[in-house]
Design a protein around this ligand. Structure first.
Ligand SMILES: *Cc1c(COP(=O)(O)O)cnc(C)c1O
Length: 456
């Protein structure tokens, strides 16, 4: 069959609240044109993030009821551990309440002043946790990954030559580990090839540097390998995932992504000494090693989610539904980062509304238009999120002005997505009338979450 369907039916529904355009005008005004300040009830289709926003299966909900809430040695932990070991092959498994907790523990052990941690692209919490220890986070993305309009199979790959050059320059002693983010979230959800993982490992091995995967979207990455990399067409997602992990010495994971859960994460190691050190930190800051800041019921939901995410029908629907949105937006004349990644579509706002200068936040103009016209919540990834002001008071724009439409897992149907496409076409028609914004008030850090804005 050519038609790819949602590989599930709906057992439990959550009604959506409809608002009028006039109501949304007031809501936007009250939120000072920052969509983070809009109550979720007033959002019709929420594409703010794919993190922790997925729908759980009946099996996961059943697991919630079976959660063993014992402080130590809970049955739910042993199930969780078994599933993580089964998929990753790492013997030492440490549960954490989110991905960033795993990162904080890892870099408490491995980071510190003078240390350098390379990655294809560090996710922002990873970078923050590295920098918090005084270490330096270095992004070594391949050249194709830096060209938004270029269509290539593995734009999340690391630049292996740049990695070798970095090791030669700073010396292997200063590099406690190297990370690879699969898929590369900050680079648009672009996958990393098995060949690249292997090549990175080969370089690291020569210098005795461990490799860690930021495995948040390991299953989506494995599916892209299956579809795009020669030699993997006949392998199962589990086999491909296992091979990916086989080159690594450990991983960090946010179960809010490919764990198909609303919370949770883990840290896993091949080496018992690393694991021992991590457990010591875990006990002080997260909890006892058999729950690590999670309830027993969460451990059950994550364990089940990790098995479900390996289902090829699910991954086919997942990747196809994101690509479908991307294709239709392109057809409606909306420029996007190419090709569509695994979890989101990124609109190139600089091309869509070229008359709005970066210092007036072109991405935010598009974000507000999506909300106003259709009640759709998206997020700006551009000058509002990453822009800086230099010593002379001039705006320094990031390389791209993007708007991200992240797709929650198993939540919206194709007609929801068709509605998003219709709203997008309406926004594209009005592109010349869209106006920029100025900042009224902003905090010192991470201003996009709480800044107050006004139309110019
Ligand atoms: C979400 C994410 C994290 C952080 O995980 P949280 O569960 O949000 O703390 C780290 N790395 C990547 C690639 C992510 O997408």
């Amino acid at each position: 069959m050519r038609t790819i369907i949602e590989p599930f039916r709906i057992k439990s529904v959550e009604p959506l609240k409809f608002t009028t355009r006039a109501e949304r005008e007031t809501i936007l005004q009250k939120a000072f044109y920052n969509v983070f300040a809009i109550p979720s009830e007033d959002v019709l289709i929420d594409l703010l993030t794919d993190s922790g926003t997925g729908a759980m299966s009946a099996q996961q909900w059943a697991g919630i009821m079976q959660g063993d809430e014992s402080y130590a040695g809970a049955k739910s932990f042993f199930r969780f551990q078994e599933v993580v070991q089964h998929i990753t092959g790492f013997p030492y498994v440490i549960p954490t309440h989110q991905g960033r907790a795993a990162e904080r523990i890892l870099f408490t052990i491995a980071g510190g002043k003078g240390k350098v941690i390379p990655s294809n692209t560090h996710f922002d919490t990873t970078r923050a946790n590295i920098e918090l220890t005084g270490a330096e986070a270095v992004d070594l993305l391949c050249a194709e990954g830096k060209q938004p309009a270029l269509i290539a199979d593995f734009k999340g790959n690391m630049d292996v030559e740049a990695l070798e050059a970095l090791i030669e320059r700073v010396g292997p002693d200063r590099i406690p580990l190297c990370m690879l983010t699969v898929t590369n979230n900050s680079g648009g959800g672009q996958p990393v090839s098995m060949a690249n993982i292997r090549a990175v490992k080969a370089v690291l091995e020569r210098y005795g540097i461990p490799l860690f995967l930021d495995a948040c979207r390991f299953a989506e990455n494995a599916y892209f390998i299956k579809c795009r990399e020669p030699g993997y067409q006949d392998k199962s997602i589990l086999e491909i995932a296992r091979e990916m992990f086989s080159y690594a010495d450990g991983c960090t994971m946010s179960a809010k992504k490919d764990g198909l859960s609303n919370t949770g994460g883990f840290l896993a190691f091949r080496d018992p000494q690393w694991a021992q050190q991590a457990r010591e930190v875990l006990i002080v800051t997260e909890g006892f090693p058999t729950y690590g800041g999670l309830a027993g019921r969460d451990l059950e939901a994550v364990a089940q989610g990790l098995l479900e995410v390996l289902d090829e029908h699910y991954l086919k629907y997942r990747v196809r539904s994101v690509a479908y949105l991307g294709e239709k937006l392109l057809a409606a004349g909306i420029p996007i980062v190419q090709p569509p990644g695994g979890h989101a579509i990124y609109i190139d706002a600089r091309s869509l509304v070229p008359h709005i200068p970066p210092e007036q936040f072109p991405g935010q103009a598009v974000v507000c238009a999506f909300y106003l016209e259709g009640g759709i919540r998206t997020v700006e990834i551009g000058s509002l999120m990453f822009g800086k002001t230099d010593a002379a008071g001039n705006h320094v724009a990031p390389p791209m002005e993007l708007v991200r439409l992240a797709i929650p897992r198993r939540v919206y149907t194709q007609s929801h997505i068709d509605y998003v496409i219709e709203v997008a076409a309406l926004v594209a028609q009005q592109r010349e009338q869209l106006r920029g914004f100025r900042i009224l008030e902003q905090p010192r850090f991470l201003r996009h979450f709480t800044a107050k804005l006004a139309p110019v």
